[in-house]
Design a protein around this ligand. Structure first.
Ligand code: ARG
Length: 565
């Protein structure tokens, strides 16, 4: 589409005596393509031409001489609408896909820029629940999108591996722990202890005190406490890694909260030097009432540090290490206040880059109507969810296509596709509700639907089609639907850019659904493998392009595209 934008910008620049790059930045794609394929809102030249945008649009519509790539120019209020000629759109877009293949839609717009993404970040010694799934999946997709656009993206898993909860766990382990169980099934044993601790503490508040005491010992480097903590961490990591492997997720760094222990004194000193830290009710805090926020807690009465203290140290460390252009925290909306406080304190400390820190927030996930709470113990384990999704997918495949090889792998890919895609079913800020029936519906707005469309296109290509003319004669694609599909493909690079600038992978998800349904509508009505070799080859070129786009798009969402299913 770039080419068409340029042609139109040149035309308008000449007609209005306006800077071509300015015009380029204002060109739009109308939502309703009946009006036009590209539009120019005529507000920009209104000033220096001393005319209303409406008049300018009318005038230009009748005076501009469209080159062969443009079939018509018309005015609609202040908008000047351009329709592209079918032949050149089809030709331009399909050739671009043919040459760029799996890099179609990628760019080097941001080469030289670095984004650091803090994502997933589950808490050690607790099961990996669905809450962290959203962060993991959104973060993974954003990493891919940013890299696709030229960014250097650094992924960090800021594991929750420090804090009072470890004091509580040590305390609980001393009281009720079972060494053998801990080895056998560490996460459930640790989780049992965690839940039991909170239940018992309701009747015996002194337990909380003991828990805090153990955490203080841990921060002071007590050997017994540290050894136990190391075991807890090791065991949990082994379990988490299994999940990351299945999801195909890698981090550049797995530096959790404990990594920042020795970096905290310097931060506290700087806060004291800047007269930002003060003692209030025995705790060390940064007051933020001027900014309508409660104080940020740095240290408790007993001198132990907090989540926020470690986050301050982590942000500073990250800037010193990566000198990032952007730092993202992919964390649920319930931590909104925490990040507002954090960014404000960084700004008050004099770090200019505090402006480049962003909380990429997202809504809650309800599972078949149930919300989850780790403390109460009604958590749904991600492992179980993926397992069930895979089993259901396997059943469906066995019904549809029982003879495919490596059924098990394919079921895993589809099961994951269903769970991952559901995370992108609406804008990230919205709460989502997950249901099996919806997520695995091969005809619904789902990952498996897209995977299935892709697999069907692969099977089309596997058919013995005989010799075909190359390059295909794309002029033969005269059907209106073929034109629409090409225009949609032409929009893909723009969708990727919006997904990046809005940090919204769901835009890619909904785009893919639109493309697949447009294509499937066409496929049901038009034969691709016709007798006529020329026509067959042109239609194969179109379906081949759709196949690649679906594959690229799913890959940007972190979903794989099996070739058979
Ligand atoms: N472990 C935290 C939690 O589960 C999320 C950490 C997010 N990252 C951060 N730098 N605070 O709530």
């Amino acid at each position: 589409m770039k080419k068409f934008f340029r042609i139109i910008a040149e035309l308008v620049a000449e007609g209005t005596d306006t800077d071509i790059d300015l015009i380029l930045s204002k060109l739009e794609i109308p939502t309703d393509d009946k009006l036009g394929d590209i539009a120019f809102p005529c507000f920009l030249p209104a000033k220096h031409l001393h005319k209303s945008p409406q008049d300018i649009a009318m005038e230009l519509a009748s005076t501009l001489k469209p080159p062969s790539e443009i079939s018509s120019i018309s005015a609609d209020g202040p908008y000047l609408n351009f329709k592209l000629s079918r032949k050149s759109v089809v030709e331009e877009i399909l050739s671009e896909v043919r040459s760029k293949r799996e890099r179609y839609g990628s760019s080097d717009d941001y080469v030289g820029q670095t984004v650091v993404m803090d994502f997933s970040s589950p808490n050690i010694a607790k099961p990996f629940g669905l809450g962290h799934l959203r962060s993991t999946v959104i973060g993974n997709s954003l990493m891919r999108i940013y890299r696709f656009c030229g960014y250097k993206a650094v992924g960090i898993n800021h594991l929750g591996d420090w804090g009072t909860q470890f004091g509580k766990l040590i305390c609980a382990y001393n009281l009720w722990g079972d060494k053998d169980k801990l080895k056998e099934d560490p996460i459930s044993e640790l989780y049992r202890l965690y839940v039991k601790f909170h239940k018992e503490a309701e009747g015996d508040p002194s337990l909380m005190e003991k828990g805090r005491e153990w955490f203080r010992k841990l921060e002071d480097g007590d050997e017994y406490a540290l050894t136990l903590w190391k075991h807890f961490k090791e065991y949990s990591m082994a379990e988490f890694d299994k999940i990351y492997d299945r999801l195909g997720i890698n981090f550049d760094f797995q530096t959790g909260e404990s990594f920042y222990n020795d970096k905290i004194p310097a931060v506290i000193n700087r806060l004291k030097d800047k007269k930002l830290a003060e003692t209030s009710e025995d705790a060390l805090v940064v007051k933020l009432d001027k900014y309508d926020m409660p104080p940020l807690l740095l240290k408790k009465k007993d001198e132990t540090t907090l989540y926020a203290t470690r986050d301050l140290a982590a942000a500073i460390y990250r800037y010193d290490t990566f000198s990032f252009d952007k730092l993202f925290y992919i964390v649920g909306s319930e931590q909104k206040l925490h990040f507002r406080q954090l960014f404000k304190v960084l700004e008050l400390m004099g770090y200019k880059w505090a402006d480049n820190c962003y909380h990429i927030e997202f809504g809650r996930i309800k599972f078949e109507g149930e919300e989850m709470s780790t403390r109460k113990g009604n958590i749904i384990l991600l492992e179980d969810v993926i397992g069930k999704s895979k089993r259901l997918a396997l059943k469906i495949i066995e019904g549809k296509n029982p003879d495919i090889p490596n059924k098990d792998d394919v079921a895993e890919q589809i099961g994951l596709g269903a769970v991952i895609f559901a995370q992108f079913s609406s804008r990230r800020i919205k709460n989502i509700s997950f249901s099996w029936e919806e997520a695995l519906n091969f005809d619904g707005r789902t990952g498996p639907y897209l995977q299935y469309t892709h697999a069907r296109l692969c099977s089309l290509e596997r058919k013995d089609v005989g010799e075909m003319p190359t390059p295909p004669n794309l002029n033969l694609l005269t059907d209106q639907r073929e034109f629409s599909i090409c225009k949609l493909i032409g929009r893909f690079p723009i969708i990727i850019k919006s997904a990046l600038s809005e940090n919204e992978p769901s835009l890619i998800a909904s785009y893919l659904l639109e493309l697949a349904s447009e294509f499937n509508g066409y496929y049901q009505n038009v034969r691709i493998l016709v007798e006529d070799k020329e026509l067959k080859s042109a239609r194969m070129a179109l379906s081949g392009a759709v196949k690649i786009i679906i594959k690229i798009g799913l890959n940007l969402l972190g979903i794989s595209s099996p070739e058979r299913m």
